[in-house]
Design a protein around this ligand. Structure first.
Ligand code: DWN
Ligand code: SAH
Length: 405
């Protein structure tokens, strides 16, 4: 029995992935003995309909001055956030110099740099110092702290209230969500808009994308569960926009209650969530069965390739890959190495299974027979980039189903 982080009612896990390391905890061989593990389990709260982790490591173990994920490693995401900046500037900021924009979890400034370039007053709250410093290089002002109610108060005292609060792929990372929401409630101007997006539960269920489940992702939101959270703060969803990024995400536009019109699409999607069973425990029992099947199929394919004496390497050492590798039992015999474009991951080993992470050039200079695509969410970008490899090699995919193409 665990207490729901949103409504405090009891809930049970529907799946355990076993003992898991820190998803972005890439490490040198000297540190293998000290590696930290916790039991990765997800559960569904039948009261407020929120899917969430049961246990989560301390935040400082995940977000620190050597955080391995830099948002700008994907061109597709850079484009996605440029469009978001352009649209919101036009739609939600007044044509004067008094605007103030706050971003929670700005990482390397991939989104906020567009506001900075336009000369708009802004601040990014980013606890992982190394990525926050990268944001500074991109012209973005940052505070390197974990956003919560206290940080919100400090921002109000120093800069005033915000016209626009942004949060991409970060609300789902924060277990002390009530403190964060209390901060947002205070920080947002009466007519202000809070825009956030996160991987969407409907997509995770539909695509069996269980690799979205790892330490950093404590919540797997639906419109219904977000609505239940916002009710505590007299905030409401005024519009939603489904996004293709990160395997299917939902963008939520939120305002103080009664301040703006609510789009029909919100009501429609809430009904759709009921129809597809997102509010039923049975859905998650079924999801667990599909996850187990996916695991068995993936390991079988890798073993078959191995028996034929063919080479297979991993493509992109994503956070998500940590769940897949450790849950499926993928080891160095089955996967030669993983190539990745992020310099600070290269030369290290993957969390848990300790598979070497090598520079992208390793892949380019000696194509394998098969590449296991851990960054399946960037499929279009990678497929286009790898047109030469596509003529010779094959891809192993596991979302939405295990297959070779
Ligand atoms: O929620 C989160 C999302 C936004 O980003 C964070 N908790 C952590 C992170 O998740 P991820 O690591 O699964 O993100 P990506 O964007 O799926 O993967 C990024 C990794 O993939 C980087 O290490 C770079 C690598 N990559 C690559 O090697 N070649 C990415 C692309 C597009 C490539 O072509
Ligand atoms: N917004 C970026 C980064 C997402 S990764 C994008 O969409 O690509 C999640 C980020 O949230 C990390 O950079 C992490 O350091 C940050 N983070 C985690 N907890 C936070 C908190 N309480 N307040 C602000 N940022 C936080």
């Amino acid at each position: 029995m665990k207490k729901c982080l949103i409504c405090k009612n009891n809930f049970e896990p529907f799946i355990s992935f076993g003992m898991m390391p820190i998803a972005n905890g890439f490490l040198p061989s000297e540190k293998f003995d000290e590696e930290y593990f916790f039991e990765l389990q997800a559960g569904f709260c039948s009261s407020c309909k929120t899917v969430q982790l049961v246990n989560q490591p301390k935040r400082e173990m995940m977000f620190h001055d050597n955080y391995a994920f830099f948002s700008s490693t994907s061109k597709g995401m850079a484009n996605h956030f440029r469009l978001l900046a352009e649209n919101t500037m036009k739609k939600y900021l007044a044509q004067n110099d008094n605007n103030f924009v706050v971003e929670i979890g700005c990482n390397d400034g991939i989104l906020l740099k567009h506001f900075a370039k336009a000369g708009i007053n802004h601040i990014g709250v980013e606890p992982s110092l190394n990525v926050a410093l990268e944001a500074n290089k991109n012209g973005v002002n940052t505070i390197s702290e974990f956003f919560d109610e206290n940080v919100a108060k400090k921002i109000i005292d120093k800069y005033g209230n915000a016209d626009l609060i942004l949060a991409a792929n970060v609300m789902c990372h924060i277990p002390y969500i009530h403190s964060v929401m209390a901060g947002i409630k205070k920080l947002l101007k009466p007519k202000g808009v809070f825009i956030f997006e996160d991987p969407y539960l409907g997509d995770i269920v539909e695509k069996t994308s269980y690799d979205q489940i790892y330490d950093e992702h404590v919540f797997y939101f639906s419109i219904t569960s977000v609505n239940n959270l916002l009710k505590y703060y007299d905030l409401e969803i005024i519009d939603i926009f489904h996004q293709k990024v990160h395997g299917g995400s939902m963008r939520y536009l939120v305002s103080h209650k009664g301040k703006r019109n609510i789009s029909d699409s919100v009501i429609k999607q809430i009904r759709k969530e009921e129809e597809i069973g997102l509010n039923l425990l049975q859905t998650y029992d079924n999801l667990r069965k599909r996850i187990e099947k996916s695991r068995d199929q993936l390991i079988k394919i890798l073993k078959d390739i191995n028996e034929k004496g063919k080479r297979v390497v991993g493509y992109a050492a994503t956070s998500k890959s940590t769940t897949v590798i450790n849950y499926c039992g993928i080891n160095k015999n089955l996967l030669e190495y993983i190539c990745d474009t992020t310099p600070i991951k290269q030369g290290l080993f993957t969390p848990g299974a300790h598979i070497p992470v090598k520079p992208y050039s390793e892949f380019l200079n000696n194509y394998p027979d098969y590449a296991l695509l851990f960054a399946w969410n960037h499929f279009d970008e990678i497929w286009t980039k790898e047109h030469n490899y596509n003529k010779i090699g094959k891809w192993v995919l596991y979302v939405p189903e295990v297959k070779i193409i």
